[in-house]
Design a protein around this ligand. Structure first.
Ligand code: FES
Ligand code: ZN
Ligand code: ZN
Length: 305
């Protein structure tokens, strides 16, 4: 296999683009894809101060690398979830995130869920008897937004990739969860006071591409899957989509971008009509009614016996 640009030996094939690349042209391809996504969805201004949710995994570290190379000012925030105990999943991920930040001289803020909010994700999952990913997602959404707001950032950047977004869309479509489909946008504007604009520049990039990017760039990342994914249907849907993609390269991209380009506006309108946001009676963050889900979770966790 030869690189389609320079004809040197290739290191990676991207079937949905009918392309094979050497390392240098693969990096260039990744950068162009991110740039194009930022441009097409009008995600960022060159002077924006960005805060990136960093997990220590391949997606957030690859994105941090690409955005920094593109000249953006990007700080990272790592949320220590308390998964896996000492030397377990969370502390290992933090080590890798901190190491990357140090190597590139970037700022990483660490928020320890237990210290700042009094609970860990395993504790919250056990107490509420909910799937860990659901209390985890709720906590991350709230805290990352708060960090961006308190830090005076213009935009909160998330590392969701093509596989993540296609799987989420598929899950919500299988249930016809219209409200969630309406919220699945590459850019979530700051529609209410208290919300920070949120963007997802990795939309065109598949999971195996961020992994290849990190490996080829020598960026160490957390390879292990979160040990608490049990019960997460998104993982199974990703597997189904991978089967589809292997038989029809480009299926995921077609599914996601067909939705974004042709129909997402209609769902967004339906969602706006349905949801009127008010202020949480406790923290003031926008919520559908009364006290927000995060405050309710916190109250429940602090009233444990
Ligand atoms: Fe959130 Fe695993 S990272 S439950
Ligand atoms: Zn090349
Ligand atoms: Zn609240």
């Amino acid at each position: 296999m030869k690189c389609k640009v320079c004809r040197e030996p290739a290191v990676l094939e991207i079937r949905r683009h009918h392309a094979v690349f050497c390392a240098a042209h693969f990096f260039e391809h990744m950068t162009r894809q991110v740039e194009r996504t930022i441009h097409d969805f009008d995600m960022l201004q060159p002077t924006d101060r960005l805060l990136l949710g960093v997990s220590g995994g391949k997606d957030s570290l690859a994105l941090w690398d690409i955005l920094t190379d593109l000249g953006y000012t990007v700080d990272g925030v790592y949320l220590e979830l308390g998964i896996g105990g000492e030397a377990g999943y969370s502390s290992e991920s933090l080590k890798l995130a901190a190491q990357y930040a140090k190597n590139r001289d970037l700022n990483l803020k660490v928020v320890d869920l237990a210290e700042a909010y009094g609970y860990t994700i395993p504790e919250a999952a056990a107490e509420t008897r909910r799937v860990a990913c659901s209390v985890c997602g709720l906590s991350k959404r709230y805290i990352l937004n708060k960090e961006a707001l308190d830090g005076g950032y213009d935009v909160l950047v998330m590392g969701h990739n093509l596989d993540d977004e296609a799987a989420t869309l598929m899950a919500n479509t299988l249930n016809w969860n219209v409200e969630y489909i309406g919220r699945q946008q590459p850019v979530l504007p700051a529609t209410k006071e208290g919300l920070v604009r949120k963007v997802k520049p990795l939309l065109r990039i598949a999971e195996r591409e961020t992994a290849a990017y990190c490996v080829l760039k020598g960026i160490d990342y957390e390879v292990d899957e979160c040990p608490m994914v049990g019960g997460n249907t998104g993982i199974r849907i990703k597997e189904w989509l991978n089967i589809l993609e292997s038989q029809r390269p480009g299926a995921k991209q077609q599914f996601l971008f067909g939705f974004l380009d042709r129909v997402s506006d209609q769902f967004a309108t339906a969602q706006q009509e349905q949801v009127e946001l008010e202020e949480c009676s406790n923290c003031g963050q926008p919520t559908t009614a009364g006290e927000c889900a995060f405050c309710r979770l916190q109250v429940r966790m602090s009233s444990r016996g």
